[in-house]
Design a protein around this ligand. Structure first.
Ligand code: ZN
Ligand code: ZN
Length: 688
């Protein structure tokens, strides 16, 4: 007997050792079958558990399960069940984990602090909040709600499912919190776009002397980016630097993105330049940092460096660069980029196709945008591809075509979303299609689509431009939420077009409260006063601006001639051709006057001396750019100019006249839309 026991003991040790050192799948299966045929496994369930762990490691949870099925009835213990649940959970088999958990409970085996964390893990991975809450109930009944591991898993589950309130409740009750739980909660707030809460928690974490890890720093940086707080960005950067987190690639990337989102592109670039290692995400963060901060040309320069560095651009890179070209309005660069994307075999999905369409539309090339749309297989077109085309036609003043597409889209069974309605409403607004716009707005309610602030802004814009100022004001009064700057801004602009000082004042007062730093609204309001000769009010506003140190944004226009891009500021004396251009502009003014042109002096700042006003008008950036185009381009070529602000009334009438006198096609893209000038008229029908 003694011998037999020692034999069995040694056999058990033998298998134990064998399993420990077995690092290949095939012999594992042999051990499995020999243990089963000898029946040895039934007397030594811990060997079975070890086999299950090994199978899980080799991502063979099905083999693990068949072993589990043969042995679990023999000696019911929670250890074996937990091992199997863990095997499923760590292999991401969500449904199987939950199924086994409920089987465990039905078999009367108690779950414990080794069971719950793995069940929560799978609930978190698939956002199964309902299932998670049921298991949370089980935890309380089983009395494990104060267990550190269970609590940490619960916090993580609620956090990953976006249930910050429930997560916070568990977190607040925890007696001991490890850095994982702190990080889970901070990340949850960051992901739920509650950056302030995330930062408060990070502060408390430091007060509790809990050391952050790189995941924490990434979340905190992203929260600061959401806030756009440049001061806090410096602090997070300092913290990462002092605690040697910057060597971590993910942290470095997040700091670059954070600075870019806070508008500090210089600092972003500095961190980027100092990174020892960079991946595609680093390059993309820096590229989109430039694009989102209006430095599209820098993005294109950086892209050259990226290619030199040997880092291959991916579809995200392509998307960022396409939007940079759209921003620049450069058809030449856009085409080059399009070719590059095709030649580099970048996978073009429907999102990238839509971005290309958007780029062509914004570069004034609607035909190419539409032909791309037609090339996308109808089954692959999604709602955003339709939206891009609808908004493209809207920008170019082709409201009827936009409406046609809107109908066609619905006929083809694509459901419009809130962006579609914004595009359609703004297309109606640009084309002055009031009845159609009103109908579309009413349709939203019929389709039980939620009307958002931006839809109201479109309606106010549309009615206001058409001179229905009080109808526009009524729309504002009916809004369920408080109107924002774009709503009041649309009304103010309409008051400028139609010369209404009374409503203008109401709109302006609201805007001065909402956006006290925005010089544009002060300028607009003072122009409204000036148009009705209220010089005292004009003086007051201009003094206000001076006191607050507000300056009108500098106007800038760009023209593409061949492969070259030329930029002009207002009254530019930096552009190498400025002297020639000034001469051309002056001779144009003389010819236009002979054709009956009267300069619109209301477009000039009113603190300028009267005789200088006419002079100043000549040197508006868009006039300089167009004059340069007339000088340098063949007469049959269209002159394409992009301006960062709205085109002014005087330049608008001047371009209509130039298009007539010289028989030239002029296409101007301003901050709002496109103007196609031809034979003395504009596609906007003077409605912009
Ligand atoms: Zn102008
Ligand atoms: Zn126009």
């Amino acid at each position: 007997m003694q011998r037999l026991v020692s034999f069995l003991d040694s056999t058990e040790t033998f298998y134990d050792q064998l399993l420990k050192y077995c690092n290949v799948l095939a012999p594992l299966k042999q051990i499995h079958s020999s243990l089963t045929t000898s029946g040895f496994i039934f007397q030594n369930p811990h060997l079975g558990a070890q086999l299950i762990i090994k199978y899980a490691k080799y991502k063979e949870p099905d083999n693990a399960r068949s072993l589990f099925n043969t042995i679990h009835n023999d000696k019911p213990n929670s250890f074996l069940w937990n091992t199997m649940i863990r095997a499923y959970a760590t292999n991401g088999h969500c449904a199987e984990t939950l199924e086994l958990y409920s089987l465990m409970r039905r078999s009367g085996i108690s779950a414990n602090n080794f069971t719950f964390p793995f069940v929560f893990k799978v609930c978190a991975s698939k956002s199964l909040i309902l299932e998670g809450k049921v298991v949370h109930g089980d935890v309380i009944r089983a009395g494990f709600h104060s267990d550190l591991y269970v609590e940490a898993a619960l916090v993580d589950m609620y956090a990953k499912c976006g249930q910050t309130d429930d997560g916070c409740k568990v977190f607040d009750k925890m007696l001991m919190r490890d850095s994982v739980s702190w990080t889970s909660m901070i990340t949850a707030y960051e992901q739920a776009e509650k950056p302030k809460e995330a930062l408060v928690l990070f502060q408390k974490m430091q007060q509790d002397s809990i050391m952050a890890d790189s995941v924490t720093v990434v979340s905190v940086a992203s929260a600061v980016g959401q806030l756009g707080d440049a001061m806090k960005a410096q602090a997070v950067h300092g913290y990462a630097l002092c605690n040697a987190f910057l060597e971590d690639l993910c942290v470095g990337n997040s700091i670059v993105a954070m600075y870019a989102k806070c508008g500090n592109v210089k600092k972003a670039r500095m961190v980027f330049d100092r990174m020892e290692e960079r991946d595609g995400i680093s390059w993309n963060s820096m590229l989109s940092g430039y694009t989102e901060n209006g430095q599209a040309s820098e993005a294109l320069l950086l892209f050259d460096e990226m290619q030199d560095s040997g880092c291959k651009p991916n579809p995200v890179t392509a998307l960022i660069l396409v939007s940079a070209c759209a921003y620049l309005g450069s058809r030449h660069l856009g085409r080059k980029l399009h070719e590059f994307i095709i030649n580099s075999n970048t996978k073009i999905d429907v999102t990238l196709w839509s971005a290309l369409m958007d780029m062509y539309a914004k570069c004034g090339d609607l035909d190419t945008a539409e032909s791309i749309f037609n090339d996308i297989h109808p089954s692959e077109r999604n709602v955003s591809s339709w939206n891009v085309l609808i908004s493209g036609y809207g920008m170019h003043g082709q409201g009827e075509k936009a409406l046609e597409l809107f109908t066609q889209m619905q006929e083809e069974g694509v459901e419009p979303n809130h962006i579609t309605f914004t595009s359609v409403l703004s297309a109606c607004s640009h084309a002055g299609l009031i009845d159609e716009g009103r109908k579309c707005f009413a349709d939203m309610t019929k389709l039980s689509m939620k009307t958002e602030v931006k839809h109201y802004a479109c309606m106010v814009d549309m009615l206001g431009r058409a001179g229905l100022l009080y109808a526009a004001f009524d729309i504002i009064k009916q809004m369920p939420s408080s109107p924002n700057d774009s709503v009041w801004g649309a009304l103010l602009l309409a008051c400028k077009i139609h010369g209404d000082t009374k409503l203008g004042q109401i709109a302006a007062n609201n805007l001065f409260q909402l956006e006290p730093e925005h010089a544009g609204y002060y300028v607009l309001m003072s122009n409204i006063y000036a148009a009705s000769n209220k010089w005292q009010e004009v003086g007051k506003l201009r003094q206000d601006m001076k006191n607050k140190g507000l300056k009108k944004a500098a106007a800038f226009s760009v023209i593409e001639i061949g492969k070259e891009i030329h930029g002009f500021h207002t009254a530019d004396q930096v552009n190498p051709y400025w002297e020639e251009v000034y001469k051309k502009v002056e001779s144009l003014a003389v010819e236009m006057k002979m054709a009956g042109y009267v300069p619109d002096l209301s477009c000039v700042l009113h603190d300028v001396e009267e005789e200088d006003k006419e002079h100043t008008l000549n040197y508006h950036s868009e006039k300089l750019a167009v004059a340069f185009g007339i000088m340098k381009m063949e007469p049959e070529m269209a002159i394409r100019v992009t301006k960062n602000l709205r085109v002014c009334n005087d330049c608008h009438s001047a371009f209509k006249l130039i298009s007539y006198i010289y028989g030239r096609k002029i296409i101007v893209r301003d901050a709002n839309r496109f103007h196609h000038f031809k034979d003395g008229t504009c596609s906007c029908k003077d409605y912009w």
